[in-house]
Structure formats: C-alpha cells, structure tokens
Design a protein around this ligand. Structure first.
Ligand code: HEC
Ligand code: HEC
Ligand code: HEC
Ligand code: HEC
Ligand code: HEC
Length: 384
C-alpha cells in the first residue's frame, strides 16, 4: 500500500530546503544531487581512513554510517518508483553516484529517470559518509584551522582543501535536519530540529549542534539511541509529600541539556512508569500507571495523536498516587526510551502488507533491529 507510513512524506520532499542563512556558499554546498567528484585515493570512507583514522572510527559508530540500511532499502524500489527513492536519497544518500538513476526534466514539464552510468553501489551503502559532507568536485572542504595535532605524524594530504566557516554552524546540519515547507502535522512541521534549536537559548547563544554532537570535532553524532547522550540532556527529580495515607510521589523530568525538544522527532517514544512493589519486588496488581513523552503519529503520518515533547529547560511532571496496599514496600519510577518506536510499528505493518515494492527480507531485518533498541534510562525505588 503506497500510502503507508513515511512513504507519504516523499510527496512533499521536493520542497525540502535549507533555512535561509544568506550564505550562498553553504547553499551551493548542499545543492542536490551532491557532486563530489573524486580524490586521488578515492571517495570512500575507508580511503579517507588511511589518514583520518580517528574521524573514521567515530563516524563508523554513528548512525550516519548506517543511513542506507535495510529499513531504507527494504521500502524502496528504484525501478517501480524512482521518485520516492530520490526523495529519500536527499538526506540518506545525496551524492550523484549514490543513486541508480539520474533525473531529467522532460519536454512536458515532468520528470524522466535514466540509468546513472556513475552509479556506485559501494558509495551508496556508505550512507552519509565523509564525501557527503566534505568532498565537492574533487576538493575537500573542511572547517577553518584543522587540528594540526591530527597530522603530527607527517602524513601529507593527497587532496586540495578549502576552509569554510559554515562547517562550524548549525545551518550546516539543517541541510538534512530541517524540512521547511510541505509536510505538516497538526499545523506543525514534521522535521523542525533546526528551528527548535534556533528559538531556544542555545540558538540565541550560538551553542551549535556540533558543540553537543561533535564535541572536540569528534564525529560521534550521538543522539536518542545512546543512553549516555540522553542522560546528558535530561534530568530527574523525585518529590514525595511527607506522611500520607496514600502512596504518592512526583517525578519531574527536565530537558536540562538538549538543544531542541526532547525528543525532537516523531520516531522515538519515552515511556514513564510508576508502580508499587512488595517485599520481593513483585509489581502489585492495579498499581501500574504510565505516561508517554513524544510526538506520536499514525503510520500514514496523516494524524498527530499527541505531542508531549519537552522544550529546552521545560519539565514534564508525572504525578503518581494510588491507594497504599498493605503489602506495598516500595514506590518505583522507571523511564524507558524506545528510539525507533515509529519505525518498529511501521515495519511490522509493512510486513503484513502485499505491496510489491517492499522487500520483505530487508524489512524483517529492520523490524528485528528496531525491536531490540529500547532501554531503561532511569529507575528510582522509594521505600514506603
Ligand atoms: C594521504 C593522506 C590523506 C588522505 C587519503 C585524506 N586526507 Fe584529508 N588531510 C590529510 C592531511 C595531512 C590534512 C591536513 C593538511 C594541512 O593541514 O596542511 C588533511 C586535511 C583534511 C581536512 C581538514 C581541512 C580543513 O580545512 O579543515 C578534511 C576535512 C579532510 N582532510 C577530509 C578528508 C576526506 C573526506 C578524505 C577522503 C575523501 C581525506 N581527507 C583523505 C591527509 C589525507
Ligand atoms: C546529508 C544529510 C545529513 C547531514 C548534512 C547531517 N545529517 Fe545527521 N542524520 C542524517 C540521516 C539520514 C540520519 C539517520 C540515519 C539513519 O538512522 O538511518 C541522521 C542521524 C543523525 C543523528 C542520530 C539520531 C539518532 O536517532 O540517534 C544525529 C545526532 C545527527 N544526525 C546529527 C547531525 C549533526 C549534528 C549534523 C551536522 C554536523 C548532521 N547530523 C548532518 C542525515 C544528515
Ligand atoms: C529531511 C531528511 C530526510 C529525508 C528526506 C528522509 N529521511 Fe529518513 N531519516 C532522517 C533522519 C534524520 C532519521 C533519524 C531519525 C531518528 O533517529 O529519530 C531518519 C530515519 C529513517 C529510518 C529509520 C532508520 C533506518 O535507517 O532504518 C528509515 C527507515 C527512514 N528514515 C526511511 C526514509 C525513507 C523511506 C524516506 C523517503 C520516503 C526518508 N527516510 C526520507 C532524515 C530523512
Ligand atoms: C554529517 C557531516 C559529516 C560527515 C559524514 C563527516 N564529517 Fe568531518 N566534519 C564535519 C564537520 C561539521 C566538521 C567541523 C566540526 C566543527 O568544527 O565543530 C568536520 C571536521 C572534520 C575534520 C577536521 C578535524 C579537526 O579536528 O580539525 C576532518 C579531518 C574530517 N572532518 C574528516 C572526516 C572524515 C574522514 C569523515 C568520514 C570518516 C568525515 N569527516 C565525515 C562534518 C562531517
Ligand atoms: C545543548 C546540546 C545540544 C544541541 C545544541 C543540539 N543537540 Fe541534538 N541532541 C542532544 C541530546 C542530549 C540528544 C539526546 C536526547 C534527544 O534525543 O532529544 C539529542 C538528540 C538529537 C537527535 C536524535 C533524534 C531525536 O528524536 O531526538 C538529532 C537528530 C539531533 N539531536 C540533531 C541536532 C541538530 C541538527 C542540532 C542543531 C540544529 C542539535 N541536535 C543541537 C543535545 C543537543
């Protein structure tokens, strides 16, 4: 079924654009499809790794290196529906040679798709790689004053390079982490991370995406999938009113260090739980209460079900009160993070469907990956 899930998103992607920064050079840098050209040693991440081992290893551990995974490939068929595939490549694989087809405007004002003679499967599967961000027409672009410590071993660059200030700006990331026009959900943009940042204290004080996601210029790009990263962005306080007959407590979750909404996308879901346990730590029946933090949408992205995300420096309060059972010994709070909640639901659904463009084996793999990605972020036991 073509209307399913994220696929509907593509209809609006033609309008995906950079925020106006007035920086023509940055705009030029992110013109799609990206024309990287080549370097002496090649455009692949492992060709850069020869001299930039540190960046390579950090990047390899990040999701940018996995952006052409089974979850993407499994739902695209370039022969049947090239338009959708290209709309996704815009962020997941934006280099000319990463696409099987090239797009040409035809005489009637429509589009035709021709086989791409420069298509490179190896480059495609490297996803958002070094070349995507750094290589243009055979020249390497990078930030001003590279850390010379990196190059002490006397290696000589086999590439020319151009220094650009925009590498140190949030607008650089907005090229893929902001979608301005087109798809909106309940009157709000679907992908709005850059604007959330810009309107926050961080945006006003120039604490850029790189400060948190590339500390010391490291290529970590950690986010909601990384427990330590998430712990650095949220804090917890428990309050317990004294001397009461009922079992009651309040958990306050504050977005204390995330430079945008926690979480920013519709994909994750955070589940807050409160319950009572007995002396053996068994959960007492009827005492479980839950609250959800996130922006939950239906699979076809036609409807927002709720939006309880926490803006920077704001809090979410979870009030827990139940009748105190005689057996109760502890009141417990738990906070669980499901980074792939939306996609997990999406893959499960797509597997039941009979859409011929969907590749079942890949989707099974993606379903399996996203089923095990949840983790316990916080737990507090309060003796009663
Ligand atoms: C043969 C070794 C070698 C290879 C291969 C290599 N580099 Fe470099 N690169 C260097 C050296 C050395 C420097 C530092 C040059 C200087 O400061 O004079 C450098 C500098 C850089 C910079 C910093 C430029 C700036 O202005 O901040 C970036 C970014 C970069 N390389 C990216 C890449 C990418 C991407 C690849 C793969 C496509 C790559 N390099 C392949 C050796 C290499
Ligand atoms: C060419 C497009 C592109 C650019 C530019 C880009 N990203 Fe990404 N980013 C992606 C895609 C696509 C993913 C998702 C990869 C996946 O999981 O399939 C992603 C994932 C991430 C994640 C991981 C999210 C998670 O769920 O944990 C973080 C953090 C991130 N990007 C930060 C940044 C920052 C910071 C910058 C700027 C320095 C940046 N990105 C620039 C395309 C891009
Ligand atoms: C504006 C940039 C952008 C576009 C366009 C885009 N994505 Fe993504 N996609 C992302 C980012 C960023 C993430 C990571 C979200 C997160 O971790 O919360 C992501 C995550 C995903 C994931 C889950 C992670 C994975 O790799 O399995 C899938 C699947 C996916 N996108 C498929 C698609 C498809 C299919 C399209 C085209 C219809 C598409 N995306 C278009 C930016 C984009
Ligand atoms: C999503 C975009 C993105 C990808 C992918 C990426 N980089 Fe970078 N890189 C950046 C940005 C942005 C900076 C500047 C960060 C800053 O100044 O805070 C940078 C900086 C660098 C520097 C200068 C480092 C220094 O300490 O001065 C080198 C070298 C480099 N990158 C190499 C690589 C290599 C090699 C890869 C692939 C293994 C890679 N980059 C992948 C965005 C990217
Ligand atoms: C003050 C630090 C900080 C700044 C600035 C910041 N982030 Fe984050 N970011 C975080 C933390 C902490 C998380 C993990 C919690 C979460 O997922 O919200 C995160 C998560 C993410 C994710 C994971 C997806 C999700 O749903 O949360 C993406 C993508 C991301 N950031 C991109 C960006 C981009 C793009 C910018 C700049 C426009 C940026 N961040 C600025 C700290 C920061």
């Amino acid at each position: 079924m073509k209307t399913l899930g994220i696929l509907t998103l593509m209809l609006s992607l033609a309008t995906a654009s950079l925020s106006a920064t007035g920086e023509a050079a940055l705009h030029e840098h992110w013109k799609r499809p990206v024309d990287t050209g080549n370097t002496v040693s090649g455009p692949y991440p492992d060709s850069c790794a020869r001299c930039h081992q540190g960046q390579y290893e950090d990047w390899k551990g990040s999701l940018h290196s996995k952006s052409v995974g089974p979850g993407l490939v499994g739902q695209l068929d370039i022969d049947i529906d090239p338009q959708t595939a290209i709309s996704c490549y815009y962020c997941h694989a934006p280099v000319v040679a990463q696409s099987e087809v090239i797009t040409k405007d035809d005489a009637s004002g429509g589009k035709t798709y021709l086989p791409n003679g420069f298509f490179d499967e190896k480059l495609k599967s490297s996803g958002v790689s070094c070349a995507v961000c750094h290589l243009r027409q055979g020249r390497v672009f990078g930030p001003p004053s590279p850390n010379q410590a990196d190059f002490k071993n006397g290696v000589k660059a086999d590439h020319a390079y151009v220094q650009e200030g925009f590498f140190e700006k949030a607008e650089f990331c907005a090229a893929c982490h902001q979608l301005d026009e087109g798809f909106e959900l309940n009157g709000k943009l679907l992908v709005n991370t850059y604007n959330e940042w810009k309107d926050s204290w961080y945006g006003k004080n120039n604490v850029v995406c790189q400060t948190c996601h590339m500390p010391g210029r490291r290529h970590l790009f950690r986010g909601i999938h990384d427990i330590e990263m998430v712990k650095s962005g949220v804090s917890f306080e428990v309050e317990r009113p004294a001397g009461q007959a009922r079992a009651s407590a309040k958990l306050r979750i504050t977005n204390s260090g995330t430079g945008h909404y926690f979480p920013t996308y519709v994909t994750p879901l955070v589940v807050v739980k409160g319950f009572l346990t007995d002396a053996k730590r068994n959960v007492l029946k009827g005492t479980m209460k839950e609250a959800l933090i996130g922006r939950k949408a239906t699979l076809d992205l036609s409807k927002e079900l709720f939006d309880t995300r926490i803006a920077p420096f704001k809090s979410f309060e979870f009030d827990y009160t139940v009748k105190r059972a005689p057996k109760a010994r502890r009141l417990v709070f738990e906070v669980w993070v499901f980074p792939d909640e939306f996609y997990n639901r999406f893959f499960e659904n797509a597997l039941k469907d009979n859409d011929p463009t969907m590749k079942k084996q890949k989707l099974k793999e993606a379903f399996k990956n996203t089923s095990g990605s949840g983790y316990l972020l916080f737990k507090r036991e309060i003796p009663l």
